[in-house]
Design a protein around this ligand. Structure first.
Ligand code: UT7
Length: 335
């Protein structure tokens, strides 16, 4: 046999060590939207839970929002940018095909040596990133991994589309995943179901949009809301339950439930299906923030910490789900 290849020998535990978010300055209440889509404040609140959302201005780019959120997460973790070994950015709204947002963000933060890449896992992207980061830390591939979920969905939303115009929003959330004495990120339960790719998608690819016979246009996101709603409400509770079991805990052990902020009624349906005790604090960031896809879970965690509803060390169930369809869930300790 030829000489053996040396691999990273250490296997250690991983934790989310810090969290940070960036919310665009401009709050857009339902009142600003309803006329365009023949809707009402009451309909939007009742059907989605949303009262207001944030939309980014020109300066609040995917990269700028990410850098702001990452700076807070690094400070919370108490580490410096040069300690970051990998930057993973989950986004579907960085409108450059290449280079990645991650490489630019890594450079601005001062982590030039870090590996950097983007992933496309829609609203499950943050949980996908945490799973990747945890495995990198455990295996020794990186000491600290910066995981960012960021979207400017207002760029890809048709503001006259009744099923998406009130729902999608902008923002960034970041987490630092690093080594830990104790296991603090449970096994991920994840997957995809590509037979449903038409349920949420970009309407057409860029070439079709740019060379459309009527002239160039943005390839907006389109969604069969009710079908996604039913899938998420019924199937995602099962995935969440599997993640709880995989972590060796029970619903009664949880302190916090942080689902992707897709729709308040989906959140409530999942909590009911899992029989979560009333003692479990449920994230409801969607009310003021809208649905920010990959950014929604870290933003919701940050708000729970800021408002004192969650504390460092709390046991939290995270679950993300969305276009693909894709999903991912894991139990983690709040940093
Ligand atoms: O984040 C990624 C994953 N995305 C999601 O998880 C989103 C999942 N889906 C949803 O959140 C919901 O489907 C929506 C909030 C988007 C829509 O709620 P819904 O309860 O599924 O409404 P629907 O599409 O079944 O429509 C119900 C009724 C219809 O009227 P009729 O046929 O009952 O008379 C619609 O025409 O509401 C009407 N409608 C509206 N009315 C006022 C649909 N959109 C609107 C609107 N304003 N914007």
């Amino acid at each position: 046999m030829t000489k053996a290849i040396r691999t990273n020998e250490q296997v250690r535990e991983a934790a989310i060590r810090g969290i940070g978010g960036y919310r665009p300055a401009r709050a857009v209440p339902n009142a600003e939207i309803v006329e365009r889509i023949d809707s009402s404040d009451d309909w939007i609140r009742t059907r989605s839970g949303i009262a207001s959302r944030r939309w980014a201005n020109d300066a609040e780019t995917v990269v700028a929002m990410s850098v702001a959120a990452a700076g807070k997460a690094l400070a919370h973790a108490g580490i410096t940018p040069d300690q970051v070994g990998c930057v993973v950015v989950s986004t579907v709204s960085h409108l450059y095909q290449t280079p990645s947002a991650a490489a630019e963000i890594a450079h601005i933060l001062g982590t030039d040596h870090a590996a950097a890449f983007d992933i496309s896992a829609a609203c499950a992207g943050f949980c996908y990133g945490v799973a990747l980061g945890a495995d990198m830390v455990r295996s020794g591939t990186a000491e600290y991994v910066l995981v960012i979920g960021v979207e400017r969905l207002s760029d890809l939303t048709d503001q006259t589309d009744r099923s998406t115009a009130f729902l999608f929003a902008d923002g960034a959330g970041a987490a630092v995943v690093g080594p830990s004495e104790e296991p603090a990120i449970g096994p991920v339960v994840w997957g995809s179901d590509g037979q449903y790719l038409d349920l949420i998608r970009q309407r057409e690819e860029w070439r079709e949009a740019l060379f459309a016979p009527e002239g160039p246009r943005i390839p907006h996101l389109v969604m069969q809301g009710n079908a996604v709603f039913r899938w998420a409400s019924f199937e995602m509770a099962k995935v969440a339950q599997q993640a709880i079991e995989a972590a060796g805990v029970t619903p009664a052990d949880l302190d916090v439930f942080v689902p992707h902020q897709a729709n308040m009624r989906i959140t409530d349906a999942m909590a009911r299906a899992m029989k979560l005790p009333d003692s479990v604090v449920t994230a409801r960031d969607i009310v003021e923030q809208g649905n920010t896809s990959a950014a929604s879970i870290p933003l919701a965690i940050e708000r729970l910490l800021e408002t004192g509803q969650a504390r460092s060390g709390d046991l939290a169930l995270l679950i993300g789900f969305g276009a693909g369809l894709v999903y991912a869930a894991q139990v983690v300790r709040i940093p």
